[in-house]
Write a protein that binds this ligand. Sequence first.
Ligand SMILES: Nc1ncnc2c1ncn2[C@@H]1O[C@H](COP(=O)(O)OP(=O)(O)OP(=O)(O)O)[C@@H](O)[C@H]1O
Ligand SMILES: [Mg+2]
Length: 210
Amino acid sequence: MTAVDTTRFVTLEGLEGAGKSTAMAFVREWFEARGESVVTTREPGGTPLAEELRHVLKAVRDEPVAESTELLLMFAARAQHVERVIRPALSAGHVVVCDRFTDSSRAYQGAGRGMSSEVIEQLAGIAHPGCNPSLTFWLDVPVELGLERAAAREAADRFEQEALAFFERVREGFVRLAEQYPERLVRVDASAPIDAVRARIESTLEARYG
Ligand SMILES: Nc1ncnc2c1ncn2[C@@H]1O[C@H](COP(=O)(O)OP(=O)(O)OP(=O)(O)O)[C@@H](O)[C@H]1O
Ligand SMILES: [Mg+2]
């Protein structure tokens, strides 16, 4: 696998309804205003095969989904996405902005479901060796506010049906990730008004890429 420059690989993370999709538009617009070509994409998904896996992962079903099944499907989708979309786009000189990436596996499957972090890092090494984001915006909202925002939109998927305690563990997972990766992970107070979220994102981008 050829090495790729990941300087301009940016990800957005946070709970459901935190404002990731909203923030993605701000990141895109900031780069485009500087004449850059931007590829925006999302996980799980981002290719036809990976979007099929997204559907499989999110569907509400009677059959309980084993934690290891969920984890492996997430990384299967990610491997395909990195190989088919993210690496080629970075190689071609595009900025890549991705809505969720491996930090979501660390937070949801790791902190939320209790899967081993060693196993998660091994899978990351298989699915996307040498291809990690350089900047991650963590849109941090209180669990209840995020779920409230998400609920206003569509029927709850398999993840959104989890109990509050699950999402509290996921949020704690993001708190620990921010401590673990202080250079890469930028916490954005996503309970603030949208204008303030935008200003925080733009000033961070200015400091990193301006
Ligand atoms: N800072 C904010 N203040 C108030 N409302 C917000 C803010 N950010 C986003 N919203 C609104 O909350 C809702 C959810 O935002 P958005 O879709 O961006 O979240 P998301 O993190 O992408 O959610 P999901 O995980 O479900 O994809 C949208 O209706 C959006 O307009
Ligand atoms: Mg979204």
